[in-house]
Design a protein around this ligand. Structure first.
Ligand SMILES: [Zn+2]
Length: 387
């Protein structure tokens, strides 16, 4: 039984009652539907006037969703109409195929929708691979482009807002991420960590009642300016990190005092001697206390290394050792691959101030300890090129 074309049209294009299938052909395993509109008139997209005067026509070939094992392409017969409004700036316009394909698009709306869903679910390369399996050829770049062009879903202004930084390039440039802590979803990304940027966002999105932030002062200032009524709280991660840092420092100092009593005495004497004036940072000089701390930490590291070796000799896997000792598995692997205890390399940290140290020491010897004055002096010398 032969299927009538109007029935086929209503089944394959249910959202487009104004189109009709004129012909169905197959070329190189591609199923081609030749379509045209049955409307007698079309509306000018600029002035909205309806026109029945056809100026000419041309063809478009957007790709559509595949059918069984064949890919599908539409051959659209597009008429160009004359705008009959003399005041309109547009002389001619192409008839639209609303709900089927937008102007200049190379694929139908429904194919773009399916590809976008693939990109969201699988990403670029796996999505393109899956699309090829479904007889729908598309490149990974096209999938990513579709994904980036997707409009953002409307999101309510969060009442409980999480604020933290994220790295454009780690160690160099950072932005700010805003998270709705009740819906557990990111809300927005800001290009930097400046207080004013955050304050502007908060002014444009009023309604935040509680803000969880890190220890940085910029976010606190941004919240004070942009949402003065919001309650600021430190987030759990940074509270625990603060606690961990404090406990580790305390234990290290106690361990040091327990093992290195003479060193501790030297340290106290050193501290008393420095009361003569504010200390100047000496980056290349290691104090006895710092040296003793480093020795203690290195001994702890050696003890851990010996534990790693012992567990490995007992047949433990890398991951099991890492889990047992609370270490990263990559560290365990590198230690075992080294074949010996990898000593920590000493780091010499430089500072922007190093260049001015001789001058600062000279001024200090002259009795000047005023930081603001010293800062102005070295700044003036730097601008004038003396230093
Ligand atoms: Zn017009």
């Amino acid at each position: 039984m032969k299927v009538p074309m109007d029935l086929l049209t209503s089944v394959l294009f249910p959202d487009n009652p104004d189109v009709i299938i004129e012909d169905v052909t197959i070329e190189d395993h591609v199923l081609i539907f030749s379509l045209r509109s049955t409307r007698l008139c079309a509306e000018c997209p600029v002035c909205g006037c309806s026109s029945t005067k056809v100026h000419g026509s041309y063809g478009r070939k957007p790709a559509d969703l595949p059918c069984l094992t064949s890919s599908v392409r539409l051959h659209l017969h597009v008429r160009r109409f004359l705008c009959q409004n003399n005041q309109c700036e547009r002389k001619t316009f192409a008839e639209p195929f609303a709900g089927l394909v937008v102007a200049y698009a190379r694929r139908t709306l429904r194919q773009a929708h399916v590809l976008r869903e693939l990109a969201f679910s699988l990403g670029g390369k796996p999505g393109a691979h899956m699309a090829a399996t479904l007889v729908c050829q598309v490149s990974r770049d096209t999938l990513l482009r579709l994904l980036r062009r997707s409009p953002l879903p409307p999101a309510p202004v969060p009442q409980v807002l999480g604020i933290d930084d994220w790295a454009w390039r780690r160690g160099h440039t950072y932005g700010t991420i805003l998270i709705d802590l009740q819906r557990h979803q990111p809300v927005d990304l800001l290009p930097d960590r400046e207080a004013e940027t955050l304050a502007n966002w908060l002014r444009e999105h009023p309604g935040v009642q509680i803000a969880s932030r890190d220890r940085g002062g910029n976010y606190a200032e941004g919240l004070r300016k942009g949402a003065p009524g919001a309650i600021q709280v430190a987030d759990r991660f940074h509270l625990l990190k603060n606690l961990g840092d404090a406990v580790q420092g305390l234990l290290t100092r106690h361990l040091l005092a327990f093992r290195r009593k003479p060193a501790a005495k030297v340290s106290q004497e050193g501290n008393q001697k420095q009361k003569a004036g504010p200390p100047i940072k000496q980056p290349l000089k290691v104090t006895p206390e710092l040296a003793a701390i480093r020795v203690v930490r290195e001994e702890e590291r050696l003890a851990r290394y010996e534990q790693v070796i012992t567990l490995r000799e007992q047949g433990w896997s890398h991951q099991a050792i890492a889990d047992r000792l609370g270490m990263g598995s990559s560290t365990v692997q590198s230690w075992l691959a080294a074949g010996h205890f990898p000593k920590r390399k000493s780091r010499q940290q430089s500072s922007k101030l190093d260049h001015f140290l001789p001058y600062l020491q000279q001024r200090r010897a002259q009795g000047c300890f005023n930081m603001v004055q010293l800062h102005q002096e070295i700044r003036g010398k730097r601008i004038s090129g003396v230093i």
